[in-house]
Design a protein around this ligand. Structure first.
Ligand code: UGA
Length: 434
C-alpha cells in the first residue's frame, strides 16, 4: 500500500519505518529541511532501540523515503497519517493548530479518495474538526480515521510490530477495510483490531494512559504508607499483582511518572472532563500525588541531613525519564535537580543517553560524569533516578571507595535490602524499610 506520514517526530518516524517494514511504500514528510536531509542520508534523528536496523533496511530498499514536499508525499498515497505535535496550550488543552493546518493543506492538494488518519494524541472531537476542515476546503471525498498509538519509548518498534491491540475509529466502511488490510500483518498472532467510532477511539487513548498513570500513583501512595506502617511495597506489589484482575505490570512505585505522554494526557483528560462539566476527581488526585512523589527523594534527604543540603555534593545515576531513551521531558530528575540546587547542593550526573539533552537545558548548572563510577568521586551520597540496566549490578565495594559516605537514596528500588546492609550502606528506597 502507498502511505504518507506527515510529521517525523518520534511517533511518525516509528510508524513510517514499521509500515515500510511489512512491504508498504512509505513517504515521510516534514517541514524541517535539515532533519529531512539527515534522514535521506540514512541518519536517525532519535534514539530508539531496534529502529536503526529497520530504518536503514527500508531506506536501502527504497520503501522509506523522506521529503519536505507535502504534495509529492501525498500524491499517490492511499492513507495519510498525521503524526504532528499536539502540545498543551496555555490552558492545558491540546493545541490542534498543526493537525488542522495539515488537514487544510492536504485538502488543497488531493484529487482522489484518501484516508486521513490522526495518529497524534488528540482530544475527543478532533476527527470531527478535521472532517470539517476537509469539507470546507475540498469537494473530494475522503475519510477521517482516529488511530491512536500505544507505543512505549524504548520498546516502540516491538509495540508497533506486535501490538496488544490496534484501535481504529471511523464510521467509513472503505476506510475500515483499508485499515484492516494495512494492520493485518501486525496482528497475525491473533491480537485484535478493534473498530469503533472516532470519539470512542480518541477517548480510548486518553483513558489508557490515564488508567496507567492512576495505577502508578496508587502504588506510590501504597509505598508511602508502607514506610509509615513498616511494610515492604515490593511484597505488596507481588501480593496484589498475582491477581489477574490487577496484573503484574505497571505496579512499580518510584519517584513519579514522567515523559511526554502521561503528564500531558492526564491533564488533558481532566481538562476535557471539566469542559464538559464533569469533575473527574480521580485524575486530580493522580496529578497531585505525582507532583508530591517527584520530590519524595529530596524530602527523605532533607530529613536525613539534619544540617541541610547546602554545600553537599550529590551523584545522580539517571536523568532520562525512564531507561532506554534519551528523553528528558517531564523527567523526575529535573525536579530533583531543581530542589537540590535550590537547597545549595551541587550535582554530578551520569546517564547513558540523557546527558546531551540535559546539557542543552541546564548547561553548567550541574556537572556531567564520563561514567557511572566517576560521578561518585567525593559525593556525599548517590541518588538513583532512572533504572538503567547498567546500574543494577555495580561494584559496591568500589562505590564505597569513591563516595565520601556510603549513602544511597534509591528512587527505583534497584537493590536488595539485606545485601545493602551487608555492604554497609545507608540505603533509603521507596516504600521499604531503611
Ligand atoms: C506511555 C504508554 O505506556 C504508551 O502505551 C503510550 O503510547 C505512550 O505513553 C504515549 O502516549 O505515547 P511512555 O511514556 O513511553 O509510554 O513510557 P512508560 O513506559 O509508559 O512510562 C511512563 C512513566 O511511568 C515513566 O516515568 C516510568 O518511570 C513510570 N512508571 C512506569 C512507573 O513509575 N512505574 C511503573 O510501574 C511503570
Amino acid at each position: 500500500m502507498k502511505i504518507a506520514v506527515v510529521g517525523t517526530g518520534y511517533v511518525g518516524l516509528v510508524t513510517g519505518t514499521c509500515l515500510a517494514e511489512t512491504g508498504n511504500q512509505v513517504i515521510c514528510v516534514d517541514i524541517n529541511e535539515q532533519k529531512v536531509k539527515m534522514m535521506q542520508a540514512g541518519q536517525l534523528p532519535i534514539y530508539e532501540p531496534g529502529l536503526e536496523v529497520l530504518f536503514n533496511r527500508n531506506i536501502n530498499e527504497s520503501r522509506l523515503l523522506f521529503t519536505t514536499n507535502l504534495a509529492e508525499a501525498i500524491a499517490e498515497a492511499k492513507i495519510i497519517f498525521l503524526a504532528l505535535p499536539t502540545p498543551p496550550g496555555g490552558d492545558g488543552s491540546a493545541d490542534l493548530s498543526y493537525v488542522l493546518g495539515a488537514a487544510k493543506d492536504i485538502a488543497g492538494l488531493i484529487t482522489d479518495y484518501k484516508v486521513i488518519v490522526t495518529k497524534s494524541t488528540v482530544p475527543v472531537g478532533t476527527a470531527d474538526k478535521v472532517t470539517a476542515v476537509l469539507k470546507a476546503n475540498t469537494t473530494v471525498e475522503c475519510a477521517v480515521v482516529s488511530n491512536p498509538e500505544f507505543l512505549r519509548e524504548g520498546v516502540a518498534v516491538d509495540d508497533f510490530m506486535k501490538p496488544d491491540r490496534v484501535v481504529v475509529g471511523t464510521m467509513d466502511e472503505r476506510a475500515r477495510k483499508l485499515m484492516g488490510e494495512l494492520y493485518g500483518p501486525y496482528v497475525r498472532q491473533g491480537n485484535p483490531i478493534i473498530f469503533m467510532d472516532e470519539r470512542s477511539s480518541e477517548l480510548t487513548k486518553y483513558a489508557a494512559n490515564s488508567f496507567l498513570a492512576t495505577k502508578i500513583s496508587f502504588m506510590n501512595e501504597v509505598a508511602n504508607l508502607c514506610e509509615l506502617v513498616g511494610a515492604d511495597v515490593d511484597m505488596v506489589r507481588r501480593g496484589i499483582g498475582s491477581d489477574d484482575r490487577i496484573g503484574k505490570r505497571f505496579l512499580f512505585s518510584g519517584i513519579g511518572y514522567g515523559g511526554s505522554c502521561f503528564p500531558k494526557d492526564v491533564q488533558a483528560l481532566e481538562k476535557s472532563a471539566a469542559e464538559n462539566k464533569y469533575d473527574f476527581k480521580i485524575l486530580n488526585a493522580v496529578m497531585d500525588v505525582n507532583q508530591i512523589q517527584k520530590k519524595v527523594l529530596v524530602e527523605k534527604m532533607r530529613g536525613y541531613y539534619k544540617d541541610g543540603l547546602k554545600g553537599k555534593k550529590f551523584a545522580l545515576w539517571g536523568l532520562a525519564f525512564k531507561p532506554d531513551t534519551d528523553d528528558i521531558r517531564e523527567a523526575p530528575a529535573l525536579y530533583i535537580i531543581e530542589e537540590l540546587l535550590k537547597d545549595g547542593a551541587t550535582v554530578v550526573a551520569f546517564d547513558p543517553e540523557g546527558m546531551p539533552n540535559v546539557k542543552k537545558l541546564l548547561g553548567d548548572k550541574i556537572t556531567y560524569a564520563e561514567n557511572r563510577y566517576d560521578a561518585l568521586n567525593g559525593a556525599d551520597a548517590l541518588l538513583i533516578i532512572t533504572e538503567w540496566p547498567v546500574f543494577r549490578t555495580p561494584d559496591f565495594d568500589f562505590m564505597k571507595e569513591k563516595l565520601k559516605a556510603p549513602v544511597i537514596f534509591d528512587g527505583r528500588n534497584l537493590y536488595d535490602l539485606e545485601r545493602m546492609k551487608e555492604y554497609g550502606f545507608y540505603y533509603n528506597s521507596i516504600g521499604r524499610k531503611v
